[in-house]
Ligand binder design. Sequence first.
Ligand code: ZN
Length: 257
Amino acid sequence: MEDVRRSSSGRKPAEGAEEDGLGVDTEASSFSSIYAPGAFALILFGPPGSGKGTQAKLLVTELGFAHISTGDILRDHIAAEDAIGRQVMAMMKNGQLVPDELVNQMVEERIGRPDCENGFILDGFPRTLGQAENLGWLLAARGLGHLVVHLAVDYNKLVGRLTARRQCPQCGTLYNLLSKSPLVAGRCDIEGANLVIRPDDQEMVIRKRLEAYDAQTRPLIEYFRADGSLHEVEASDAPPQVIASQVRQLIEEYRGR
Ligand SMILES: [Zn+2]
């Protein structure tokens, strides 16, 4: 943990102001320089397997936004085998959540990069009330609004989708036996390696991830409903392109307010 830089820009409001996380409006001038007028945060919210990453990929280019996946950032640390990566790997293997402090610092650093100028899609963040409150301070300090899209999917559908995931151990390509099968069963299309189930896609771990979601993340639905930013899209059965068009419509409505 010692080499995690603590940014001086993430000042938090005084004790006692925390319940009002998304309403705090201080220091707006100190961060606004990198953001274009109308920039905002699109929060894709939903359980593991709800298609947040797929939607982010469909929408990110046309919006000119940055795609911020906290899972990808964490996996980059794991691949680099640095101090954060080693710490995180043990927790992800057990389906545990990574500490808020660590994730918050990574997100704060990430949203300050130039590719976030027009706005950004948050995929897999926030996951806890603490993260949501911290995000509220970060956005308010930068004068950024937020739109939350909840991708709602039935529990059994989630388990089915997640247990169908396979990965190539050599090139990293991801497959899904339900939606993106390899050309030859069990083999990577690129170089023919035998596909494997990632440690965090094992069924027991999946059930733990879904339990963690229910306990820690699902309560954020009420949190975002209370601040008026929550919108729900039924994502159990519709194809990704159909869901994306519904998200597009919500973005249009948000921009037209
Ligand atoms: Zn491969």
